[in-house]
Design a protein around this ligand. Sequence first.
Ligand code: 6PG
Length: 254
Amino acid sequence: GKPPNLYAFEGADDLASNLRAYVIDAQNSAVDRHGVFRVAVSGGSLPKILAKALLEVKDDRKVNFDKWEVFFADERAVPLDHEDSNYRLVKEEILDKIPAELGKPTVYPIDVKYLDDIQEMADQYEQTLVGVFAARDSVKLPMFDLLLLGCGPDGHTCSLFPGSPLLRETDAWVLPISDSPKPPPKRITLSLPVASHGIKIAFVATGAGKKDVMKQIFDTEEGRQLPCGLINTYAQDRVSWFVDFPAIEGVSFP
Ligand code: 6PG
């Protein structure tokens, strides 16, 4: 296969308009293929950049939110209105700001009934995916049309952290984690096979705080073992990186 695509931009406006074109292309081909657009989104810095791409940049392309089904690549074990909630972040940054004429996405938050039991919380979210993507025994893995992910300065993505035993999971679609090195500790996350299985996978990484990890991931063997590097290896040119110049300063590409 071909290596991941890497798109680097000088500023936030450029990045946002190119991310916009990419997301709308993914949307349109998904809708052509099966009538809906199934997207998984992360928290962190991603929702703000995505909001800019989808809601602030204007061109003649159309974001058709009526066709969107929005899932969470990872979520924290907190109520949905908690300040640590990825749902709340995505809601405040994006969902609440969608003008009526762009339609209304269907959103799949975690079920807060299970906050005290993260294994159950993960199992329930997996059941949500089963309900949408097909019966567990008829598909090996759910296939998102697009995963929109961040890359932490340590190379984590979703809530898959470097060296975690969760990286060895081959069966479960959604996993609990109780000792996340990035607070809060209790979370659920898509498993590595699911995160690598998307039709398209986009990483968005901006700012000088990412340049060391970007260098590792693209230039070193150890970096390829980091969660983001593993997704690069498994998903190859289904992966596209949207980065700014500060994030790739000093990176030499193979
Ligand atoms: C979370 C996020 C997480 C995020 C990365 C990158 O719940 O913590 O979903 O997976 O995407 O930590 O975050 P930044 O883009 O803020 O570095």
